[in-house]
Design a protein around this ligand. Sequence first.
Ligand SMILES: *Cc1c(COP(=O)(O)O)cnc(C)c1O
Length: 234
Amino acid sequence: MNEPEFRVALQNRIDQVQARVADACRRAGRRREEVTIVAVTKSLSLEATRLALECGLSTLGENRPQQLWIKAPALPQATWHFMGHLQRNKIDRTLPLVTLIHSVDSVRLLDALDAEAGKQGRRPAVLLEVNASGEGTKQGFAPDEVVGLADRIRELKNVRVAGLMTMAAPLDNPELCRPTFARLRSCLDKLRPLIVPGHPCTDLSMGMTNDFEIAIEEGATLVRLGSVYFAGLS
Ligand SMILES: *Cc1c(COP(=O)(O)O)cnc(C)c1O
């Protein structure tokens, strides 16, 4: 696909996604501004990511540190999020590049982020990843572990916990993901009173291409969208 074709195709998809997000907000009685779309650019080259930014996608996410390290410095006009497994030895290079890390999946990682943030003089925002679907293979805290993290969170000096993230199971019928999303929201409702003030704890990062409308109906404030924009492009 050449560049003009890529732009036309992507612009169409952006318009369609905007309409679907607006409809989901309307159905749920929510304001459109409550939902931020994070475009997950992991399938795109640097040049295609630049085009996506020019087409109007402005908050971009990557799930591999090495890709983030290449793209974020080359495209500093984007707002960058990280949403993959983060090894502790990759924290130092990742922190300066992102405004939000969606995928803190262990207390060890949380503590290591807090220590490195202190060294760098930063106050990064993070989300705790919860295995709300209960699949054995998934990263993240179990839903009933979350409330028990409040004491650790209150001891953090630099990191601010902005909320929770989950990945639903990839089911043919996205309606079946609804209980997973409701479970994440219920975890957030229980955690919030224990760590506010000090931690914003209002964000729910949930919903991907397959299930973002259901996630919005269940309270998502961040949806992470990749293939609905980029499948088959480039
Ligand atoms: C790839 C990815 C997404 C986007 O998935 P799609 O189904 O392509 O929209 C969202 N979140 C994470 C963590 C991802 O790795």
